[in-house]
Ligand binder design. Structure first.
Ligand code: LRH
Ligand code: MN
Length: 385
C-alpha cells in the first residue's frame, strides 16, 4: 500500500471513547480520586470532546445505562453535538443491581429475566433517540460453585432472552455481544468465549455480531486469530480496546503488549471493509489522569494501525507461498519496527490537530481548569463502602 493509501485508511479510522473512562475508577481495594475527574455525564462528554478536538478521530462517545441515564436524551445529544460529538454505542448495565445476584438474562427467576430484558429494550429505545445504531451487551452472568445452577438451562435461558431482545431491534441497529472468560463470576460465565458468542449471533441473525474486548481472554490466547476467524465469518462487530498483563486489567491499549495490538490491527488492515467494525476503547484509569490516558490510547491504536498498513503484503504472500517461515515473519517485523511518527504527524497535520496531542493537552491548562472547577470527588471502593 503506498503512503497516500495508508494516510487515507488512517484518516478513515474512527475510535469511540467510553464515557466511563473519564470518571474516577479503581479496584476493590481503593479508588484514588483524580482532581477534576468527570462526575456527571455532561462532564464526561465534555472531556470526550477534548479528546476529539486534539485527535480528530474520536467523533463519538459510548454511554453506559444507568450510569449515564438522563431525563431528556435530546438535550444530551445536543450537548454532545456542542462538543463536536455524536453518541455511540449504548451499553445496558445488567450487573449493578442487587436483584442480579444470580444473573440477569440467565437468572433462574423469569421475572428477573423479564426485568433485565426491559432494561435492554430501554437501551434500544435510547439508541433510537440519540441516533445510535449500536447496543453493546456484556453480561456478568455466571455461577461461583459447581451445582449452583444448571449450566445447560442457563444457556437456554440466555438464548431465549437474546432472541426476544433481537426481535426488538429496529432495522439498521446492531446488537454487539461481548464475551468474557471470568469475573465477576468465578466458576462459570454464561458468555465466556468467542465461540459461544459467535454461535448465539449466528442463531440470532445478521444484526447480531461479536464484540472482542482485548482483555477478556485467558492468558496465552491468540486474540488476532479470533479476530481473523470472526472476520472470515462476517461476525466481527467491534472491539473494546485495552491492555492487560494478567486478567481484565483495563490498562491503556498497547501499553503492555504493543506487538499484540499490531498483530490484531494487521487483521483489520487486511480486511476489505474495516468501516463496519466499531473501534471502541474500554479502559479504567486507576492511578493516572483520565483524559491524557485516553489520548495516549488513541495514539497507540493509530500507531499500531499505521504499522499494520505498512506491511508489504505482496512480499508476505510470496514468502508464505514459498514456505519461507522466517522470511514471512521478518516482513511483519519490518513493518512493526518502522518509525511511523512522521506519517502520523502528516496525518494530524492534515486533520488540523497537534502533532503530539498528549503534549498539547498537558500544555492546554484544561486539566488545571477542571481541577479548579470540579475539585476532587472522594469515592469509596467496594471494601470501603
Ligand atoms: C466488562 C466490560 C464491559 C463493560 C464494563 C465497563 O468487564 O468490559 O464492556 O460494561 O467492562
Ligand atoms: Mn468491555
Amino acid at each position: 500500500m503506498d503512503e497516500r493509501e495508508v494516510l487515507e485508511r488512517l484518516r478513515r479510522l474512527e475510535i469511540e471513547t467510553p464515557s466511563w473512562g473519564y470518571g474516577n475508577s479503581g479496584t476493590r481495594f481503593h479508588v484514588f480520586p483524580w482532581p477534576g475527574a468527570a462526575r456527571t455525564v455532561e462532564e464526561r462528554i465534555a472531556d470526550a470532546g477534548v479528546v476529539q478536538r486534539l485527535t480528530g478521530c474520536c467523533p463519538s462517545v459510548a454511554l453506559h445505562i444507568p450510569w449515564d441515564a438522563v431525563d431528556d436524551y435530546g438535550v444530551l445529544t445536543a450537548h454532545a453535538a456542542d462538543h463536536g460529538l455524536r453518541i455511540g454505542a449504548i451499553n445496558p448495565n445488567l450487573f449493578g443491581d442487587d436483584e442480579y445476584r444470580l444473573g440477569s438474562l440467565c437468572h433462574p427467576d423469569a421475572a428477573i429475566r423479564a426485568r433485565a430484558l426491559d432494561e435492554c429494550r430501554e437501551c434500544v429505545a435510547i439508541a433510537e433517540q440519540v441516533g445510535s445504531t449500536i447496543v453493546s451487551l456484556w453480561l456478568a452472568d455466571g455461577t461461583n460453585y459447581p451445582g449452583q445452577d444448571n449450566l445447560r438451562a442457563r444457556h437456554e435461558r440466555l438464548t431465549a432472552s437474546l432472541e426476544e431482545l433481537y426481535r426488538s431491534l429496529p432495522d439498521g441497529m446492531r446488537l454487539l455481544v461481548e464475551y468474557k472468560f471470568f469475573e465477576p463470576a468465578f466458576y462459570s460465565t454464561d458468555l465466556p468465549d468467542w465461540g459461544t458468542a459467535a454461535l448465539l449471533c449466528r442463531q440470532l441473525g445478521p444484526q447480531a455480531q461479536v464484540l472482542v474486548d482485548t482483555g477478556h481472554h485467558p492468558l496465552g490466547t491468540n486474540v488476532e486469530q479470533i479476530v481473523a476467524v470472526l472476520l472470515a465469518q462476517g461476525l466481527l462487530g467491534g472491539f473494546h480496546f485495552n491492555n492487560r498483563k494478567y486478567a481484565d486489567d483495563d490498562l491503556i491499549v498497547g501499553s503492555v503488549d504493543p506487538f499484540e495490538l499490531f498483530r490484531i490491527m494487521c487483521e483489520i488492515a487486511w480486511t476489505p471493509e474495516p468501516e463496519r467494525i466499531a473501534f471502541m476503547i474500554d479502559q479504567s484509569h486507576n492511578v493516572e489522569g483520565k483524559i491524557d490516558a485516553m489520548i495516549q490510547s488513541v495514539m497507540n491504536i493509530q500507531t499500531a494501525y499505521a504499522k499494520a498498513l505498512l506491511v508489504d503484503t505482496e512480499r508476505l504472500a510470496d514468502a508464505q507461498r514459498d514456505g519461507d517461515v522466517l522470511g514471512a515473519h521478518r516482513v511483519l517485523l519490518a513493518a512493526f519496527e518502522t518509525d511511523v511518527r512522521p506519517l502520523l504527524a502528516q496525518l494530524r497535520g492534515g486533520l488540523g490537530v497537534p502533532e503530539d496531542p498528549v503534549a498539547a493537552f498537558r500544555e492546554s491548562g484544561y486539566a488545571e481548569e477542571i481541577a479548579r472547577e470540579r475539585g476532587t470527588a472522594s469515592v469509596q471502593s467496594a471494601y470501603e463502602s
